[in-house]
Design a protein around this ligand. Structure first.
Ligand SMILES: [Zn+2]
Length: 252
């Protein structure tokens, strides 16, 4: 039986003083297919240490805050100038991303080495994997993802950045592994910035029947270790803090 495997590449939040914590990036592999969810600052190099980037079957970007995608600049340069032959990797990202990169880099078609349609809600097959994207409350165009091997079995649910528990709960099926942001950690939410606390992430894991919870994207000020304990008080299953290189077999 093929395994669905998550490798945490970048567990960092939008900024951090913690050494080695590059921002949002998660490698998902199964059945000979490999995708990346988000590619935040510093994560291109961290990803490259784990897997040759040009062998990726697709990249999915949850939303257009740069801490979730800005290393597409590095990846694009690598695909264009660092590979022996012209190489492309399919990109699934909110529709504005191409115009934004053209302006940022002063070059029309900057992301042409990363072709792909605008990300919309729904399911799509990528090799052996099925990726379901659904809108979540954060920016105007933010998505969470559920990744499975084929059409069955337990999945990996990734929150992206998500300010409302109900949005994330809608993606979770019993037995899933929930990889959830908990940016606020043990602090109170700030209304105008849509993120979850550790307790809220754990509530989603509990109510959705998840088999495992991995907290990620926790701000330094959110107190990650206290966040872990807060989540354990709500959710009975295993809870971990995402760390660089953490590997999890989904459903195991
Ligand atoms: Zn964000």
């Amino acid at each position: 039986m093929p395994e669905l495997r998550l490798t945490v590449i970048g567990p960092g939040p939008a900024y951090t003083r913690r050494r080695g914590r590059t921002s949002s990036c998660y490698l998902v592999e199964g059945g000979g297919t490999a995708i990346v969810l988000d590619l935040g600052q510093g994560s291109f190099a961290a990803l490259g240490a784990r897997r040759e980037p040009r062998t990726l079957d697709a990249i999915f970007i949850s939303h257009l805050h740069p801490d979730h995608h800005i290393d597409l600049v590095a990846l694009r340069h690598y695909l264009k100038y660092g590979c022996p032959t012209a190489t492309t990797v399919p990109l699934h990202a909110p529709g504005d991303i191409r115009a934004r990169y053209d302006v940022l880099n002063g070059e029309i078609g900057f992301l042409d080495a990363l072709p792909g349609p605008p990300l919309v809600a729904g399911r799509r097959h990528v090799g052996a994997l099925v990726v379901q994207a659904e809108r979540v409350t954060h920016t105007d165009s933010s998505y969470g993802f559920r990744v499975t091997l084929g059409d069955g079995g337990p999945g990996l649910v990734y929150s992206g950045d998500c300010g409302r528990m109900a949005d994330l709960l809608a993606l979770v099926r019993p037995g899933d592994t929930l990889l959830s942001e908990a940016a606020w950690g043990v602090n109170d939410s700030i209304d105008e910035a849509e993120h979850l606390t550790a307790t809220e992430a754990a509530t989603v894991a509990r109510d959705g029947g998840a088999s495992r919870l991995i907290l990620t994207h926790v701000l330094d000020e959110g107190r990650p270790v206290a966040s872990l304990r807060a989540a354990q008080r709500v959710f009975d299953g295993p809870v971990q803090l995402a760390a660089p290189g953490l590997e999890v077999v989904v459903g195991a």
